[in-house]
Design a protein around this ligand. Structure first.
Ligand code: SF4
Length: 312
């Protein structure tokens, strides 16, 4: 653990000055991180109208750092939210070998939050159906989706919260572009494919590195995600590494790319279904904000916070 809350003020006062200073610094950093996480999640909830009065939100818990962080922050926000809503934490125990099935019930029980553990042996089904050496993820996630919809229905939930964060969303955007030939990301809010539920991603604005730090600070009992033995998606891994390398060389690039996802200009792309290129006609009226067709685009100088000149 790299950070702890300091509960015992007397202990801090009695500590040698250097240790006390360090403790205060850690406390301050943790407090700043908590505030940032709450602000970013709150902003996503407001911007995309994710949670409304009377909602019963099923928080999908995998046992990974992201879902723990999501539940933690949603619980904090619930206490001060201007609207009343309910949270129900749900974990699907897929009977992967070695899955420690006491960890989540123990943790959620201590939180005092309504929760449900659904036990369904999808692992055996997937093992039986998918030939050895082939990736199991597509069948596994299809089965999981169906079960989670049923559980949400049985628990009376109208919304499902998933723990994907900003970096997941960017990775998906590039995966779709590189391998799927589509400009398509991971939406912060959508309607489930069966038309029944609203699916929300409250961590949409949150950087993965902040979730790593928060998980360390809160000492979440993380369950490893490799239990099924399936190989991590190689393409996603490559794209993740690519984005991290860009960020290392050009700090601020992730932020810029993420901002770009929220500033789409269909008239400057090439999708005729989003912009009617065929029937485009001069209006004869000058427009100061119009397109300067022959001018070079200019970009802010490097060094401005959050803005980087494009360099590949
Ligand atoms: S990594 Fe394992 S548990 Fe996750 S979707 Fe793939 S097969 Fe299922």
């Amino acid at each position: 653990m790299t950070a702890v809350w300091i509960d015992d003020e007397a202990a801090v006062a009695a500590a040698p000055p250097e240790a006390a200073q360090k403790a205060v610094k850690i406390e301050r950093e943790a407090h700043k991180l908590e505030k940032r996480l709450c602000r970013l999640v709150g902003q996503a909830i407001v911007d995309f109208n994710m949670i409304e009065a009377g909602d019963r939100v099923m928080v999908c818990m995998s046992g990974g750092k992201d879902s723990y962080g999501m539940l933690d922050i949603l619980m904090k926000l619930r206490q001060r939210a201007p609207v009343d809503f309910e949270l129900v934490a749900v974990n699907l125990d897929q009977k992967q070998p070695g899955f420690p099935d006491h960890i989540l019930p123990d943790y959620l029980g201590r939180l005092g939050i309504p929760f449900h553990i659904e036990t369904q042996d999808t692992y055996s089904i997937v093992k039986e159906k998918v030939p050895e050496g082939k990736t199991m993820c597509s069948l596994c996630s299809r089965l999981r989706r169906g079960i989670l919809y049923r559980v949400a229905r049985e628990l009376g939930c109208n919304k499902l919260a998933l723990g994907h964060h900003r970096d997941d969303m960017l990775q998906t955007f590039f995966l779709n572009m590189f391998f799927g030939g589509k400009l398509k990301g991971m939406p912060p809010k959508l309607i489930s494919d069966n038309g029944e539920f609203t699916v929300i991603r409250p961590l949409a604005n949150v950087a993965e590195k902040d979730l790593v730090r928060w998980a360390e600070h809160r000492q979440f009992p993380i369950i490893p995600c490799t239990l099924c033995g399936s190989q991590e998606n190689l393409q996603r891994k490559q794209v993740g590494n690519m984005i991290r390398e860009w960020e290392k060389k050009h700090p601020g690039r992730i932020e810029n790319m993420f901002t770009a996802l929220q500033n789409v200009v269909p008239s400057h792309l090439m999708d005729g279904t989003l912009h009617d290129f065929k029937n485009l006609k001069p209006t004869g009226v000058p427009d100061d904000d119009g397109d300067k067709a022959f001018d070079e685009e200019s970009f802010p100088s490097p060094g401005l916070p959050g803005l980087q000149v494009v360099q590949l």
